[in-house]
Design a protein around this ligand. Structure first.
Ligand code: ATP
Length: 235
């Protein structure tokens, strides 16, 4: 579904990605793990067209997308849940969700998806008229995931969904991510520092170090890999 071929991405003179190659197949949950500053967020931003690669190719469903603008990439069916959630704090929960459906015109489909996200996260239904900024951190993350789902993406990109949240909330959100993948068939590409959690729900994973992919395997194999256990699982 998604292929990154030899991606080099820069911020001015600083090279953040140094020949990244990876792929995500339809229906999978794939995770990219790595330390602070490894280039995980940059990988997502390159896919989304926010920080386009200087060289290499990104293909989505067989077609190159690395030259497209961010809004055209969303229109292809790729949506990102950004690090730090970035919900609209002064808009209500409902208005935030409407923003997720900005590019859609199918009123019936939008209504059905609204009901679906309220089923996934009933707390959002209860808080539908409350400004997003007054929600707890966990509720804001639920809103950020739901807002992305309102675009009805084929591929959902998630940047550190566990960041700054209490363990119980994180567990709840990760369980929902699994449901979104299994029930909805949405493909997930998940960037996480919490490798333990990410590998538990993923089918496959990649390890990113200093802008380079250094390991790629099934999540089960990565979880028992000695180097991964030492560097990322704290074992
Ligand atoms: P974290 O887990 O801390 O979010 P990350 O793996 O997502 O880290 P990136 O944020 O992608 O890492 O950063 C990769 C490299 O690019 C780092 O060396 C970082 O300092 C650099 N970088 C990121 N954003 C910018 C920017 N806007 N300007 C210059 N350098 C940047």
């Amino acid at each position: 579904m998604l292929e990154l071929v030899n991606i080099h991405t820069y911020y001015g003179n600083i090279q953040a990605l140094k020949g990244v190659c990876l792929e995500v197949n339809e229906g999978e949950i794939v995770t990219l793990i790595g330390a602070n500053g490894a280039g995980k967020s940059t990988t997502l931003m390159s896919i989304c067209g926010i920080v386009p690669p200087r060289s290499g190719e990104i293909r989505f469903q067989g077609r190159p997308i690395h030259h497209l603008s961010a809004n055209r990439i969303v229109a292809q069916g790729i949506c990102q849940v950004p690090e730090g959630r970035r919900i609209f704090p002064h808009l209500s929960v409902l208005e935030n969700l409407d923003m997720g459906a900005f590019l859609r015109a199918d009123a019936h489909g939008i209504k059905a998806d609204l009901e679906y996200v309220f089923e996934l996260f009933p707390i959002l239904a209860q808080r539908r008229h409350q400004p997003g900024g007054t929600l707890s951190g966990g509720e804001q993350q639920m809103l950020a995931v739901s807002r992305a789902l309102m675009a009805r993406p084929r591929l959902l990109l998630l940047d550190e969904p566990s960041l700054g949240l209490a363990p119980l909330v994180v567990k709840q959100i990760f369980e929902i991510l699994r449901v979104i993948n299994q029930k909805n068939g949405t493909t997930l590409f998940l960037v996480e520092q919490n490798a333990n959690l990410a590998l538990k729900i993923a089918h496959r994973g990649y390890v990113l170090e200093n802008g380079r992919i250094t390991l790629s395997d099934s999540a089960d194999h990565l979880m028992v890999n000695e180097a991964v256990r030492k560097a990322y699982l704290g074992l």
